[in-house]
Design a protein around this ligand. Structure first.
Ligand code: DGL
Length: 270
């Protein structure tokens, strides 16, 4: 195995293309870091799978990225972070970071944060990972978590302002509005695309915390801590691998990354 050095790329994986919201944030904050991204589009969704299956997939995704010579791994999937992060960190020698802790940190930075709502996939919400992490740090905070499995399909269909999405959101948000949340954690990599509609439905008084942006600054800190900040300036690349390369996945990749992507490469994982 080659020794890790700072000019190797960063590895990022997600169950699909939602994790590209994290790549987008990474590109903005750490423009000199090259990225190898893996989206497990053949096996998405992870959110409805059992914890064992999610852990197995996360292990295989990480192994794939390591074959591409990455210096560190970002688990840009809330479900995989919630169930597999400790296992990945115990198993592999490179630094590995997930999206949950940055999300929790961002929540705690808010002033007047007392009642926190969390939305995410069934897997993320059932893991109680967000609720647990928040309770450990601030036992006085009241949390209420709602599994919102219909939201990923809406985002993937591009129905970001559709009446039926609004109906689903109204239903999902009902208990959170009732408890008068002051903060909402967007606990899924797809949800940053729902920021405008969530803002409309919840008004300005609720703080919306999206883990994609906060994750990027944690990655920066992790690279500094391990002496792995790229010394190259300019020409950083993004290589995108998908386990199923369909026309739809290509379109979604553009939407999530927000730019033309160049070539998408097929990946064999597992
Ligand atoms: N990427 C997943 C997450 O952030 C959402 C999609 C899925 O269910 O796999 O939880």
């Amino acid at each position: 195995m080659t020794a890790t050095n700072e000019n190797m790329p960063l590895g990022v994986f997600d169950s699909g293309v939602g994790g590209l919201t994290v790549v987008r944030a990474l590109r903005k904050l750490l423009p000199d870091e090259s990225i190898v991204y893996l989206g497990d589009t053949a096996r998405i969704p992870y959110g409805s799978k059992s914890p064992d299956t999610i852990r197995q997939f996360a292990m295989e995704d990480t192994q794939f990225l390591l074959t591409k010579g990455v210096k560190a791994v970002v688990v840009a999937c809330n479900t995989a972070t919630a169930h597999a992060l400790p296992l990945l960190q115990e198993t592999f020698r490179v630094p590995i970071i997930g999206v949950l802790e940055p999300g929790v940190e961002a929540v705690l930075k808010g002033k007047n944060c007392c009642r926190v709502g969390i939305i995410g996939t069934e897997g993320t919400i059932r893991s109680h990972a967000y609720q647990h992490m928040l309770a450990m740090r601030r036992p006085d905070i009241r949390t209420h978590a709602v599994a919102t499995p219909l939201l990923v399909p809406f985002v993937e269909a591009g129905w970001l302002n559709h009446a039926s999405l609004r109906l689903a959101l109204e239903e999902y948000l009902k208990p959170l509005i009732k408890m008068e949340i002051d903060t909402l954690v967007l606990g899924c990599t797809h949800y940053p695309l729902l920021l405008p509609i969530l803002r409309k439905l919840l008004g300005k008084s609720v703080r919306l915390v999206d883990s994609a942006t906060t994750c990027a600054s944690h990655v920066g800190a992790m690279l500094r801590e391990h002496g792995l900040v790229s010394t190259r300036r300019g020409n950083a690349s993004v290589e995108i691998y998908l386990t199923d390369v369909s026309e739809r996945a290509e379109e979604l990749t553009k939407r999530f990354l927000g730019v033309e992507t160049g070539k998408i490469l097929p990946a064999r994982v597992g």
